[in-house]
Design a binder for this molecule. Structure first.
Ligand code: PGA
Length: 250
């Protein structure tokens, strides 16, 4: 089955200044690719999101890096999936390892967030992945399964969900999983989805690789049969990020 490639640019709490957002918007807009061949979404900070949404051409959607567990109301520091939908933010990230490890986001939290996103029709790049310690203990597949199991019951529309497999030890470290290592885990993730949600879902769900992916390694990683795109951090803060988009759109 052919799956449409998908790439996310996770800007995290970057860039440090507004002028850099303008520069990146300009640089990304200047590169051409066939929008029917790849889904592209940039995740700026909430403060930069409006500028980015208004500035990017139609081939680039803008998403937010998180979503609230609640509806509208007295919840300081939060924004709801419905607000995102109304304002044209098509995608959100849920379960990023930095949210899990630095802000205490639990599997249960990710499940509630998934439920909210599904109800509002917001697409989700759902992040999973093991720490170095977990990989060394040989429990990578079990960790991914646990993280997936937490949310599958909340997903009624799988067309709105992609899985971003991001080994924590590869995020921002410059250490990328080798294409073979990434493929092995992606294949196991797809088998887990088959077990939890059926073969049809497993065949169509897109699984992105994340963790020090870049224009230099994207071609070899993308050549793997179960790698359907990327979720990119550091390399998405450079104009050369568009090389990764055009690699996927070939
Ligand atoms: P990185 O980040 O590409 O800088 O490793 C990826 C991510 O955290 O999504």
């Amino acid at each position: 089955m052919s799956r449409k490639p998908v790439i996310g640019a996770n800007w995290k709490s970057n860039p440090a200044s507004k002028s850099t957002v303008d520069e990146l918007v300009k640089a990304f807009n200047e590169t051409s690719w066939d929008g029917s061949k790849v889904d592209v979404c940039v995740f700026p900070t909430c403060l930069h999101a409006g500028m980015a949404r208004d500035g990017f051409k139609k081939e680039i959607s803008v998403g937010l890096q998180n979503v609230s567990k609640t509806g509208a109301g007295a919840f300081t520091g939060e924004w709801t999936a419905e607000m995102m939908a109304e304002l044209g933010y098509e995608w959100c990230l849920i379960g990023h390892s930095e949210r899990r490890s630095k802000y205490g986001e639990t599997d249960e939290d990710t499940a509630i967030k998934m439920e909210k996103a599904q109800a509002a029709g917001i697409k989700v790049m759902f992040c999973i992945g093991e720490s170095l310690e977990e990989r060394e203990k040989g429990v990578t597949d079990a960790v991914n399964e646990r993280q997936l199991k937490a949310v599958v019951g909340k997903i009624s529309n799988w067309d709105l969900v992609t899985i971003a497999y991001e080994p924590v030890w590869a995020i921002g470290t410059g250490k990328t999983a080798t294409p073979e290592m990434a493929q092995e885990t992606h294949k196991a993730v797809r088998a887990t989805v088959a077990k939890l949600a059926g073969d049809a879902v497993a065949a169509k769900v897109r699984i992105q690789y994340g963790g020090s992916s870049s224009p230099d390694n994207c071609e070899a990683l993308f050549a793997q049969p179960d790698i359907d795109g990327f979720l990119v951090g550091g390399a998405a803060l450079k104009p050369t990020f568009t090389k990764m988009i055009t690699c996927l759109a070939k």
